[in-house]
Design a protein around this ligand. Sequence first.
Ligand SMILES: Nc1ncnc2c1ncn2[C@@H]1O[C@H](COP(=O)(O)OP(=O)(O)OP(=O)(O)O)[C@@H](O)[C@H]1O
Length: 425
Amino acid sequence: MAAVSLESVSKVYPGGVRAVRDLRLHVRDGELLVLLGPSGCGKSTILRIIAGLEEPSSGELWLDDQPATDLPPRERNVAMVFQNGALYPHRSIHGNLAFPLELAGEDPAEIRAKVVELSRALQIDQALDRLPGSLSGGQRQRVAMGRAIIREPSVFLMDEPLSNLDAALRTDLRLEIGALVRGLGVTTVYVTHDQVEALTLADRIAVLRDGRLEDLGTPTQVYEDPATAFTAAFLGAPQINLLTGTVYAQLGEGSVTVDLGGQEVRLPWTDPRVEHLAHHHGLPVIVGVRADALRPVDEPDEGAELSGRLRALEYHGHEWLAHVETDVPVIDRDVLGAERREEDAAPRAESAVLDRVRSMLRRGQRRAEPEPATDHVGAHRRSDLVVRLRSGHGQKIGAPVRLALDVSRALFFGQDGHRIDPVQR
Ligand SMILES: Nc1ncnc2c1ncn2[C@@H]1O[C@H](COP(=O)(O)OP(=O)(O)OP(=O)(O)O)[C@@H](O)[C@H]1O
């Protein structure tokens, strides 16, 4: 196994596209690190640089303590699996798995033993004599992974290996990939745009935006304690509510109030974030509030409250999501560039079409605003706050709602999108 270090790596493609910008990233020996970010943020380029398929324009790559920037791909002991791992169509599954070992001149009996063992782990042992054309997409992808990993590379690179599979298969295979690479202890860099895949699979997640490292931490760290508003918006379903407000420090009391367009949130002097927020006195901030940090209450609550009107309810089986119209200014996540493709979306081409249709509809929606509030009953608007409700909540569409805000879970970001209080890493 090997650690992978990228030291100030940048990549500018011919034509001037800056795909990777001054990236410093250390993948620990035996770690499963997920590169997560929207389309075009440079994930595949980074993977290709590690594999040696792409040269960095500047910076250095290290594999363990060896400089590897100029090392030919075959000398890196790195294996890569792509979105649709191509197999040799005229070789059986056994032949496909055995091929890398045959090339390396290994003993045929040993090859047979390794192929059988790995095919069992990947649950394709019943298909060893079949040709790739007769396998399902999920089985083919298992074979592609097996072929990459059978020669025990020091580093395993996976570029969206599940994105062409349907949702149920992706969940199964995701669990198996995690178990397989952890069982082997092989250092793995896994690329995805799917935040669920990242949160469920990773030891650590590197969130990328526009070629830059936006955040790096364990799934819990980047979800609960994100370094930037972009990371907060990119992780979690439903996406986090991002409100805008202005900070006012009450020097006498040692407390801080965040004015959210008329509605106020107060942090007492005992809150450790107050000293950091106080430096932003009079300045605008972004307040991140997850759907489960808001709770409808019947009576005025002791703590922070927001009020609005229930515009729409969505049933999700295990929960309801309420869309509550308030006067609080909300940031459009598109502005942050954190709009994602939906999880469990159909394969890429289709999802790109859906994305275009969605953004067309949204443009129409924006042009139509402002409209009388009553026209929106039952419809979601992007300025709504999204609130998670338990079943049997008894809320009525169109009715006023009072929302208690759990201030301890609110996240405060400056106008540059960076967290105001320090994050724990
Ligand atoms: N060979 C190339 N020549 C020129 N530009 C390229 C090349 N390969 C990638 N790019 C550009 O570099 C940027 C980063 O691309 P990259 O494929 O690394 O992103 P990504 O995050 O993997 O995207 P996706 O999730 O869509 O695969 C994009 O703007 C892309 O168009």
